[in-house]
Design a protein around this ligand. Sequence first.
Ligand code: ATP
Ligand code: AH0
Length: 364
Amino acid sequence: MKGKLAEPIWALGAMSGTSLDGVDAALVRTDGVTISEFGASGYRAYSIDEQVVLRAALGKWPGDDLDAAADVVLRAHIAALKGFDADVVGFHGQTLAHEPRGRGTHQLGDGAALAEALARTVVWDFRSNDVELGGEGAPLAPFFHWACAKWIGAEAPLAFLNLGGVGNLTWVDPLSRAPEEEGALLAFDTGPANAPINDLLMERRGLSFDQDGALASQGEVVDGALELFLEEGYFRKMPPKSLDRNDFSLMLDLVRELGDADAAATMTAMAAASVMQGMEHCPVPPERVLVTGGGRRNPVMMAMLESALDCPVLPVETVGLDGDMLEAQAFAYLAVRVLRGLPTSAPGTTGVRAPVGGGQISRV
Ligand SMILES: Nc1ncnc2c1ncn2[C@@H]1O[C@H](COP(=O)(O)OP(=O)(O)OP(=O)(O)O)[C@@H](O)[C@H]1O
Ligand SMILES: CC(=O)N[C@H]1[C@@H]2OC[C@@H](O2)[C@@H](O)[C@@H]1O[C@H](C)C(=O)O
């Protein structure tokens, strides 16, 4: 079976991120090491009512009453995935809680039910094993970033920056021979990115996000609040390290007294400053930072990053990748690695003691 799977197969990845905006779906043809081809992609947005149900479930653990949220996650994924043909589905689920050194990590989503509904093999529950073995359980996209660095033919160390609800950075040595090789990757969550800005916009204006940084562009960054933010112990912690969506509730407290525009500008600066702090951990400075995730569409956030970093800061589209789909593609790639029994995390990506795999496989 493993020999057969060494041939590239089509995998369909599904990601429902911390922004709670919807489900991304994307096809990748891969043998679990090399990307052969990218395929079609799709998106199924959560309705406002569904977002309310998911928000209410944040912070909950298995055993809590999660029927309504589980139903939202399953239905949205079936809708997002049913039009695609693939050999395997990589199903991330919806992270509700993440306490790797506490209660664990919780991605809502029943892979067996999804496998039955789609009549396809589903790989899911990607993070638990890493956490059980002492890792952070996140970020997991770095092994895929390694494959992307190979796919674009990079020759010098570079970084991938995901600006989602939470930010995460992957430094890659593209000359390494495997993602699990020592020194190939260093990855960690940089800090909050869009999630707290979304929360502010929802709280104050009933909007789900600061479209194109429109509100932030009208405000001034309040240095005092930014400095207090950067005193957070998280920034001095050595990577690997990871965050829960709401770990930085402090950020909203620091801007509570500010007007809407100044609050948005200051929070955008906090997200950018988190990345700047994180860059100091890179083994050698990256030649370029390739940005993925919704934050790359925020010109205020991008301008702050460009002025603070010493290298080009570019959306991943500049190298032919799709910044809206990279995480869904990552879980397609990781699903094939799980099927092949290959590791999906390593000491440099999650802090786990040795390269490990994970994931449950539900076959039909
Ligand atoms: N045009 C835009 N202007 C400003 N912000 C934007 C724009 N487009 C998207 N965003 C921000 O990006 C967010 C979505 O980003 P993305 O889809 O990468 O997050 P996610 O995958 O849910 O998060 P994570 O990677 O943390 O799981 C939106 O909620 C919004 O805050
Ligand atoms: C626990 C969890 O779901 N973490 C997410 C979240 O969203 C961004 C950042 O925090 C990252 O650590 C991770 O997602 C990406 C896909 C990852 O694992 O690489």
